[in-house]
Design a protein around this ligand. Structure first.
Ligand code: 5GP
Length: 207
């Protein structure tokens, strides 16, 4: 490839790329991300810190770093979070060091964050390309159905998730890609296409 390029030029895939996947509750982010990680061994997951209690199927250090509120606030004070947010009464944040270490080691990173976090990561000035992908269910009716199907939602929690979702979709025009998750396999396939295309995007690294 070098033979054909002027000095200083390359393709984005030579260095780590951050793929930020956002979408309202019920879009299916976690399922899509798990499948992406399984399908593309060059992708690795950015594990966030959270004060939310662990769910039975989750593993500390794999799904999240489950920390106390005090620990979270300390990480934030010490500048160890690239961004953070409060969502439904719990704190969530992206550990800066992990992101930078993986990206500078040439790994492509997948981040599962809500909308404000995604936009904050794009603004954070990390020395790697940030690709913003917004995932939606095929319709509002389907979104409501998926949130209800989780079964754990009280009417208030459901109303709150829908209110947040309405605010979130207003930000779609600030993203690079919109993917509809009607059929999991198809959504995953589309995101893998985006990943491959972004790796081939020409970029001028220097001079
Ligand atoms: P859950 O509690 O269902 O795992 O996640 C709730 C929301 O928090 C999801 O929209 C998820 O994308 C978001 N989230 C998870 N980790 C982070 C993070 O580090 N930063 C931000 N801004 N949002 C996060």
């Amino acid at each position: 490839m070098r033979d054909f390029l002027p000095p200083g030029w390359g393709v984005q895939g030579e260095r780590g790329i951050a793929f930020v996947i956002t979408g309202p509750s019920g879009a299916g982010k976690s399922s899509v991300i798990n499948e992406l990680l399984r399908r593309d061994p060059r992708l690795s997951f950015s594990v966030s810190a959270t004060t939310r209690p662990k769910r039975p199927d989750e593993v500390h250090g794999r799904d999240y770093f489950f920390v106390s509120r005090e620990e979270f606030l300390r990480l934030r004070e010490e500048g160890k979070l690239l961004e953070w947010t409060e969502y439904q009464g719990h704190l969530y944040g992206t550990p800066r060091e992990e992101v930078e270490r993986k990206l500078s080691g040439g790994r492509d990173l997948v981040l599962n964050v809500e909308v404000r976090g995604a936009l904050a990561i794009a603004r954070a000035g990390i020395a790697h390309p940030v690709v913003l992908i917004f995932l939606v269910p095929p319709s509002w009716e389907e979104l409501v159905r998926r949130i209800r199907a989780r079964g754990t939602e009280s009417p208030e929690a459901l109303a709150e998730r829908l209110r947040i979702a309405r605010e979130e979709v207003r930000e779609i025009p600030r993203f690079h890609y919109l993917v509809v998750n009607a059929v999991l396999e198809e959504a995953v396939e589309e995101i893998l296409c985006i990943v491959r295309a972004e790796r081939r995007r020409l970029v001028r690294w220097s001079g």
